[in-house]
Design a protein around this ligand. Structure first.
Ligand code: PMP
Length: 389
């Protein structure tokens, strides 16, 4: 008998299947709304100008590839702090380390929670990024789900978020999307964030905020207003950060995990545990992408160029959202949603018909990548939806 006899086949990533089906479709005019990367009006996902220049400087200036520590590039971790937390970043109550992408940050947070409080529950608003539940389950955390969003009515279920906090135990964790909710685009407004934070503070619920799209919604500062308010009110929590979308670095795997503690003493203990967990997982994170981000953020000119490129991406997606909302009455809510994704009320059968008969590719959940559309393809997509009706 083999050790491997104990395994069963696991489902493959459905999005990857969709990508290859799209590639092998010979029909002209096909539209890909599946893949989760930004695309420009020509359908490309280019390397940002600021990234190219930073990489050039990195290659020329780097003198060694010797190991860094488990915390990764400390300059990167510190350069991101004012971007995320503003100019009063909590002093030594805030600790942080570089991670392999936002995924690594979430995984590390989950393992720290499991270590600190075995059996802690994590509350997930659904629908959410499918990897959330896999990551939490892999760290042996119990998952509680509640509806975050009603796809049919396109309404945020704020009442259910508040009910989840009421139902949570002290020490439970609430996983929130900092901005640009994936897959619904439905973010909380400022007063909702404050109400959620106050309820968490009074129930002793800890926020774990997944911040993977800062600057791709309303703006760099606007997108973190809720995050900052939450940390100010609750006084502790995690930020799992990804630079993979807002710097276009996807495959470089650039992320960071920050933890805010109630005291500097506690922060030291938290950091030492995060470093120990990082060593046991990946020893240290890959360097290249984080060094690119550090060089950009430490140079005023490069940083300004990055901000321009980021706001161009956000503007383009807002334009597409507006065009969709204007083209079809029941797409109106899309104009008020943020970021790269929205989820349409489509059945898997409808999604299959869109693919087979209209050359429009999206996952069966009905999630669309707004950046998969261009000014020129919006009309064809809207016609396909009308054809369906
Ligand atoms: N959180 C959310 C909500 C995401 O959509 C993603 C990426 N799709 C991540 C985290 C992970 O990002 P990364 O690629 O940096 O691991």
């Amino acid at each position: 008998t083999s050790l491997f006899d104990g395994l069963t086949e696991q489902p493959s990533d459905t999005l990857l299947g969709l990508i290859s089906a799209f590639r092998s479709d010979p029909r002209p005019g096909k539209i890909d709304l599946g893949v989760g990367v930004y695309r420009d009006n020509e359908g490309r996902t280019p390397v940002l100008r600021a990234v190219k220049e930073s990489e050039r400087r990195l290659v020329e200036g780097q003198l060694t590839k010797a190991y860094l520590g488990a915390e990764g590039d400390v300059g990167f971790v510190e350069a991101l702090m004012p971007v995320i937390f503003g100019l009063q970043p909590y002093g030594a109550r805030l600790c942080g380390l570089q991670t392999p992408g936002g995924t690594g940050a979430l995984r590390l947070a989950a393992e720290l929670i499991a270590r600190a409080r075995p059996g802690a529950r994590v509350w997930l608003g659904t629908p959410t990024w499918p990897n959330h539940s896999q990551i939490m389950a892999s760290a042996h955390l119990a998952i509680e789900e509640y509806p975050h969003f009603d796809v049919t009515t396109q309404r945020l279920r704020f009442d259910r978020v508040m009910a989840a906090i009421e139902a949570a135990n002290a020490g439970d964790v609430l996983l929130l999307h900092g901005c640009c909710h994936n897959p619904t685009g439905a973010d909380f407004d400022d007063s909702q964030w404050i109400a959620i934070a106050r309820a968490m503070a009074s129930r002793g619920v800890l926020p774990l905020i997944d911040l993977a799209y800062q600057g791709l919604g309303r703006g760099l500062e606007e997108d973190v207003a809720g995050v900052r308010a939450t940390l100010d009110i609750v006084g502790e929590g995690f930020i799992a950060y990804s630079c993979d979308k807002n710097f276009g670095l996807y495959r470089e795997r650039v992320g960071a995990l920050y933890a805010l503690s109630r005291s500097t003493g506690q922060a030291g203990i938290v950091q030492s545990n995060l470093l120990a967990l990082a060593r046991a997982n990946w020893s240290m994170p890959p360097d290249h992408g984080a060094a690119i981000v550090r060089i950009i953020l430490e140079d005023a000119t490069l940083a300004a160029d990055w901000r321009t490129e980021l706001s161009d991406m956000a503007c383009r997606m807002r334009e597409i959202r507006t065009l969709l909302a204007q083209a079809k009455a029941n797409l109106a809510p899309i104009a008020h949603q943020q970021g790269m994704f929205s989820t349409l009320p489509l059945t898997p059968m409808m999604v299959a018909r869109l693919r087979d008969e209209q050359r429009v590719y999206l996952p069966s959940s009905g999630r669309i990548n707004i950046a998969g559309l261009t000014r020129d393809t919006v009309p064809a997509f809207v016609r396909a939806l009308l054809w369906l009706a």
